[in-house]
Design a protein around this ligand. Structure first.
Ligand code: GUN
Ligand code: ZN
Length: 373
């Protein structure tokens, strides 16, 4: 079998380092830069798989932590694998569960060997080790899987940040050593908060492990956007050029633009779907709050520059009505639109990079966002 994963760089922008590429996986080719909709529990909330495909989503993300708790990886494996389970035959990436253990505030014990946490569902005590994180992700069967990592608060004491970097490196080695399936690409995760030395220490520890892809973790966890961009400025050049680079959990449209300009290839974020359920739409003119009375009698589509199923079907007045009355189609329709907005953003970025216009695209995007990015 030829190697199922190949990352092909099609263009690198000379002025910025922004890249356009093709990431070959067992379930298809992903065009990069790519935005992955988040399907935490094996569903992108409120959106059908065929709609994801229709709006141009290519790879989606699911969470080991949530799926291991419910329904359990054995159940998913018994129903085929994650692709069959959720009826998405395109590429999938699963996060390892480490981040959720830290961010959902369920952490009970953390040692070099393992992390013990309380289930946020029934309170029972559970253990995660690097080996166990690999076993679960092998059973779920995503194309790309993530190492178990430790993501401390960005403003944690320096000793804790150093310990987290070293533990993440030691765990990455154990993940690599126990991972068996060669039809899955295991990504390493660089930690180190906003500290240049710590990011160097992390990348130097992970590079010899020769992962097929590298993620930048530990960002968008409370630091300012400027700190995040500055961290990317010195972190991305530490990563191998010929592997996909994934900025985890980011972000706003402007953060995706800034990440792409710094050489990031993959992104994921709950923002388009979460904001949709809260009645906030991303549009070519900036954010729009759909509950606002001013939309009541508006026959215009949500975004005149959008050709998504929502904008082709519904008026602003109707969408507002759905939210004001608590109808579930409101969140569903806005999720499709917001995801379409993100997919258009990365598609336009790919085109701009290939035609040497990415800085001009960046400027035009900022100019178009009347209400700010
Ligand atoms: N999602 C967002 N940030 C992170 C991170 O630092 N680690 C992991 N595993 N997932 C994330
Ligand atoms: Zn739309």
């Amino acid at each position: 079998m030829p190697h199922p994963f190949r990352f092909e760089l099609l263009a690198v922008d000379e002025r910025t380092g922004a890249r356009a590429g093709l990431f070959h996986t067992p379930h298809g080719i992903v065009e990069t830069p790519c935005f992955m909709p988040v399907g935490t529990r094996g569903t992108v909330k409120g959106v059908w798989p065929h709609q994801l495909r229709e709006i141009g989503a290519q790879m989606i993300l699911a969470n080991t932590y949530h799926l291991a708790l419910r329904p359990g990886e054995e159940v998913v494996a018994g129903l085929g694998d994650l692709h069959e389970f959720m009826h998405w035959d395109g590429p999938i990436l699963t996060d390892s569960g480490g981040f959720q253990v830290f961010s959902l505030n369920t952490l009970r014990e953390l040692t070099d060997d393992h992390v013990v946490f309380r289930s946020h569902i029934d309170g029972s005590l559970l253990e995660l080790t690097p080996e166990r994180a690999m076993q679960i992700q092998e059973q779920l069967g995503a194309d790309c899987i993530m190492c178990l990592d430790e993501c401390p608060p960005h403003d944690a004491p320096r000793e804790q940040l150093i310990a987290a970097v070293d533990r993440t490196t030691a765990w990455a080695r154990r993940c690599r050593d126990s991972h068996q399936r060669d039809d899955q690409a295991l990504f390493g995760i660089v930690q180190g908060a906003t500290d240049r030395e710590l990011r160097e220490r992390s990348a130097e520890g992970l590079r010899p492990l020769d992962f097929p892809g590298y993620a930048v973790g530990g960002l968008s966890v409370g630091e300012s956007p400027e700190e995040m961009y500055a961290t990317l400025d010195f972190t991305v050049p530490l990563l191998p050029e010929d592997r996909p680079r994934y900025l985890m959990g980011v972000g706003r449209p402007i953060d995706i633009l800034e990440g792409v300009l710094r050489g990031i290839d993959l992104f994921d974020c709950v923002m388009p779907t979460r904001n949709a359920r809260n009645a906030t739409a991303f549009t070519s003119r900036g954010p729009v709050k759909m509950r606002n009375l001013k939309h009541q009698n508006d026959v215009e589509p949500l975004d005149p520059d959008c050709d998504c199923p929502t904008c082709r079907s519904f008026s602003r007045g109707y969408l507002r009505h759905l939210f004001v009355t608590g109808e579930m189609l409101g969140g569903m329709a806005l999720s499709v639109h917001n995801l379409a907005y993100y997919q258009r953003l990365v598609r336009d970025l790919r085109t701009a990079i290939k035609s040497n216009r990415v800085l001009e695209f960046h400027a035009a995007h900022l100019a178009g966002q009347a209400d700010g990015p």
